[in-house]
Ligand binder design. Structure first.
Ligand code: PLP
Length: 384
């Protein structure tokens, strides 16, 4: 039986324990250095151990949790307003992307007074019941979720008036792509027709594929948006925002002990300031190295008739196990096979770490020298 990506993650970590992370490198317990391609599951867009992470020591000295609201949260709200002038100026903060999506779904249900949630095949919204497969999730919960085909117009007929929300990653981590704009536009239109709340899960794409994330990249405004990863600057975070009338819905519970803690908020404030001013994070560079990765590898695969293809959006990339065009995760899975585990194991032996979900998140520390080393090793392994 083929392993799920999270099984592989467990397997890798049985043999590999990380002791430190610097720049685009991670070092295992024996001191071996690897080029990191997961970068904290996409959080560390500047690089590990960067100057903003180190700055948070200033906040540690002032306390790590106060329970009542802190000054930084106000600043983060203000900064987020600059990125999303069309949204309400108060965001809900929590500690993970999973929690942010739980809150978004709850809010959409409260606002619409409906219960059914649409989610897309191949999407990942974290480990919340209803959004995952496997044991332990009651059928009663699954019955409140409708799985829709991604990048497939059949999904539009599956949207109905009893649906509270549709949640979607603008570009899925399982098949990151740029050619999804038209589909998203039609989805926006259909949600409007049926008064369904459109939630963009921008936990991965937010502040990564561009300053304004997926909504800017594809010029589509969702009703609610969730952030995580990059926004926390390496500290735990989840964030929910959206249209004023939805965010103001009464009597919806959002709290939590560590929600909007001063460490995460201080870190979020610093990274947002940095993004706003274009310091430390250069989205043109990140897109350029993403394109370079894909184009160089695809030229090589074509030249040597290797059945692989690099796909992606901005600095988010993955390798397909086919040279064919793939429309969505369902298509992608037709070409997945066990030999891929061997491929990634060989990369690991050559000093390239690829996480079990096989997403390559590039960072500002992935210099051209590092990119070339990585590409060279992928080419080498592709022949074996
Ligand atoms: C698109 C997306 N949504 C939600 C999540 C869940 O976030 P977290 O792992 O912080 O709970 C992830 C994490 O990988 C993600 O990529």
């Amino acid at each position: 039986m083929h392993c799920k990506w999270y099984d592989i993650w467990r397997i890798s970590f049985k043999v590999m324990v990380i002791k430190k992370a610097i720049g685009c490198y991670i070092f295992d317990s024996r001191g071996k250095r690897y080029i990191d391609t997961t970068m904290g599951s996409g959080t560390q867009i500047i690089g590990h151990d960067n100057q903003l992470v180190r700055k948070t020591i200033n906040q540690v000295k002032k306390g790590t949790i106060y329970t009542i609201p802190n000054y930084h949260t106000k600043k983060v709200n203000k900064l987020l307003k600059k990125f999303n002038p069309h949204f309400h100026n108060e965001y809900i903060f929590c500690n993970s992307g999973t929690e942010a999506n739980m809150r978004a779904i709850r809010l959409a249900r409260a606002y619409t007074k409906r219960n059914i949630i649409g989610r897309f095949h191949g999407g990942w919204h974290g480990g919340l019941d209803g959004c995952i497969e496997g044991n332990g999730v009651p059928d009663e919960i699954n019955s409140l979720f409708r799985i829709l085909p991604y990048n497939d117009e059949k999904c539009f007929n599956m949207l109905t008036k009893d649906m509270a929300a549709v949640i979607i990653e603008p570009s899925q981590g399982s098949n990151p792509r740029t050619d999804i704009g038209e589909f998203l536009k039609n989805l926006r239109k259909r949600c409007d027709e049926l008064n369904i709340v459109l939630i963009f899960d921008e936990i991965m794409s937010g502040f990564r594929i561009s300053k304004g994330g997926g909504q800017e990249f594809f010029s589509i405004r969702p009703d609610l948006i969730t952030y995580g990863k990059v926004l926390g600057g390496g500290f735990p975070i989840g964030c929910l925002g959206g249209k004023y009338e939805i965010m103001k819905t009464d009597n919806v519970f959002f709290g939590g002990t560590f929600s909007a803690n001063p460490l995460s908020m201080y870190s979020a404030k610093n990274i947002l300031k940095s993004i706003e001013k274009g310091i430390l994070i250069d989205y043109t560079y990140l897109s350029d190295i993403g394109n370079y990765f894909r184009n160089t590898l695809n030229d090589y695969f074509k030249l040597y008739k290797i059945k692989k293809r690099a796909i992606g959006i901005g600095s988010i990339n993955r390798l397909l196990n086919t040279d064919k065009f793939v429309k969505n995760r369902k298509d992608r899975d037709k070409f997945e096979d066990k030999n891929q585990d061997e491929f990634y194991k060989k990369l690991l032996e050559r000093g390239i770490f690829v996480n079990g979900n096989r997403i390559f998140h590039l960072s500002m520390c992935h210099s051209m020298k590092v990119m070339n080393e990585m590409i060279e090793k992928i080419c080498e392994v592709s022949h074996e």
